[in-house]
Design a binder for this molecule. Structure first.
Ligand code: SAM
Ligand code: SF4
Length: 343
């Protein structure tokens, strides 16, 4: 039985392994105002704006997914809030809520969140993921190669004040932030925010050696367990991501672990990613993709062509990714940056 509200006459998005896609991550730009050391290189060449899908095209793509049973859309990038007039798209997508779409959300670095918090709430967004890797202004500036921590903290305050729920995402970096993580967990939980730790993934050349950044999360969890009591939680959210949650007895908050390297999470994968140029990537860890932009721009009947492209993509969704942190100095597992695919 298919999950989600599928428009009559349309088929749910079920792949060859029986997994139904109910979750779309939609990248609205490859640009960003930061240059996090694990995500981008210092000097980035961004796509010419003409190659990007327009906001109306992004809306059409998202609608095509919702018509086929997608219940959750996450806007991402690059930094979604740097896309000009992104509020227009968010308003449009907000209209899909209640018509198949259960949740509209975004992942942001929060530098511009203060300006958008009320608008997001009005459009029907209720939860936002904020990526934050340090609470120390100098360390934050170093990890992001340019960021101003106070803007992010203002963004978080504004969002909480507007009534948005926030989850903090932190990439664990062996030499750059691991010692700060316990304090960050306490800080997040004291503000009623869940927190998720992420293993650094070998995506795109950043000019840094990933082996120097990578710390396996089970190792970090062992350290946290010397300080706190962690109790396994089962997810309450049927379209939740791959993170495993624990409850921290002493803080009362939830802590998630995303472990693509130490613990492959592909068996329950319910998502696909669409880039800002209209490519569907069926798996973050593989390079196969299907082009939606030509379906939108060149087909006699774009709606039929979009559906055919979605079928083709689903058929090609691989069983699992094959990430591996390779030897020191070797090329990344995939040349594509996370900011290109949409994290
Ligand atoms: N700019 C937004 C942000 O930072 O939240 C959205 C896009 S960013 C690519 C989405 C998420 O991907 C962030 O939480 C970021 O920390 C994570 N990320 C980027 N590169 C990564 C990598 N190589 N390994 C693990 N996580 C990564
Ligand atoms: Fe920008 Fe997000 Fe990548 Fe950092 S992780 S460089 S904020 S896209």
């Amino acid at each position: 039985m298919a999950d989600g509200l599928v428009l009559p006459g349309k088929a749910p998005l079920i792949d060859r392994y029986g997994r139904q896609v109910t979750y779309l991550r939609l990248s609205v730009t490859d640009r960003c105002d930061l240059r996090c050391t694990y995500c981008m290189s210092e000097i980035m060449k961004f796509l010419p704006k003409a190659e990007l899908l327009s906001l109306d095209e992004l809306d059409r793509v998202a609608t095509a997914f919702v018509e086929r049973g997608v219940r959750k859309i996450r806007l991402t990038g690059g930094e979604p809030l740097v896309r000009k007039d992104v509020g227009y798209l968010i308003d449009r997508l907000g209209r899909l809520k209640g018509q198949g779409l259960d949740e509209l959300t975004l992942t942001t670095n929060a530098t511009l969140l203060a300006d958008h918090a009320d608008g997001l709430m009005r459009a029907g967004v209720r939860r936002v993921n904020v990526s934050l890797d340090s609470l120390d202004p100098a360390n934050f500036a170093e990890i992001t190669r340019r960021g101003d921590l106070s803007k992010v903290l203002n963004g978080i305050d504004a969002a909480l004040e507007a009534g948005l729920k926030i989850k903090i995402n932190t990439v664990a970096l062996k030499h750059q932030n691991v010692s700060e993580i316990p304090d960050m967990v306490e800080w997040a939980h004291a503000r009623g925010m869940d927190m998720t730790l992420i293993e650094v993934m070998p995506l795109g050349d950043t000019g840094e050696d990933r082996i120097d950044q990578y710390i396996p999360l089970p190792m970090l969890r062992d350290v946290l367990e010397t300080r706190w009591t962690l109790t396994e939680e089962t997810s309450r959210d049927p379209i939740a991501g791959p993170s495993r949650y624990v409850r921290v007895k002493e803080t009362g908050g939830r802590l998630g672990f995303i472990t693509p390297l130490t613990n492959n999470f592909c068996a329950g994968c319910n998502r696909v990613r669409v880039t800002c140029t209209g490519r569907i990537y069926m798996c973050l860890g593989q390079d196969d993709h299907v082009d939606l932009r030509s379906a939108l721009r060149e087909a006699a009947d774009p709606s039929v062509a979009l559906d055919a492209a979605l079928d083709k993509a689903l058929f090609a969704k691989p069983e699992k990714h094959d990430f591996e942190i390779k030897r020191r100095g070797s090329a990344p597992a995939l040349p594509r940056h996370m900011s290109t695919t949409g994290g």
